[in-house]
Unconditional design. Structure first.
Length: 198
């Protein structure tokens, strides 16, 4: 397992480069490539309740837990905040879902305690999964697909979701519905936007 431990703003740049390299290898070798976006559920509550130092300890502990599930050839990257990206060369849809479910269960069963054992925390994680299935797919599109699947997983939390065309359609419908509801609110309260901007 290969971990990128630089500050996240730099890690993001390196992650994009590494994903591009792995896409090129997968296309050249005609092999599979899976990508996951992982996000800790209700992590803000940890920071708000116990402080950011303890929040960092939780992130480090969860990271170590997840790394034990991965292979040496896999990448695990902190992509920002409590969000991570995992990259799996030579892993197809079926295998990627098995790995994601194992990660989900492992995190849910992990207890994190202070050295004094005064605080014990249990976390859950939501995971969006996608695989490279189009030679024309860019780095950002691959991440975006997994991110859309994560959005679906976040609806119930502590779950795994795989990106499909149906996922895209469901999100488009949800966005259209949200825009429609927003337009109704604006029509009913035409000066609300002005009040908020002021």
């Amino acid at each position: 397992m290969r971990l990128l431990s630089k500050k996240w703003i730099n890690t993001k740049r390196y992650a994009d480069r590494l994903i591009q390299e792995e896409i090129a290898v997968a296309l050249k070798d005609n092999s599979s490539l899976a990508l996951m976006v992982l996000d800790l559920d209700h992590f803000k509550n940890i920071n708000d309740t116990y402080g950011h130092n303890w929040g960092d300890r939780v992130l480090a502990s969860i990271s170590e837990t997840i790394q034990k599930v991965l292979r040496h050839r896999d990448y695990f990257i902190r992509y920002g905040g409590e969000e991570f990206i995992a990259l799996f060369p030579n892993v197809d849809k079926e295998r990627s879902l098995e790995i994601a479910e194992r990660i989900r269960q492992t995190v849910a069963n992990t207890e994190i305690a202070t050295p004094e054992n005064t605080i014990v925390v249990k976390m859950t994680i939501s995971i969006g999964v996608t695989v490279l299935d189009n030679p024309a797919t860019s780095v950002q599109e691959l991440i975006d697909h997994a991110d859309k699947a994560l959005y679906v997983a976040k609806k119930t939390r502590n779950s795994v979701s795989f990106y499909t065309a149906e996922t895209k359609n469901l999100l488009a419908i949800a966005e259209e519905k949200q825009n429609y509801q927003s337009s109704i609110i604006r029509r009913r309260h035409p000066d609300k936007k002005e009040m908020e901007s002021g």
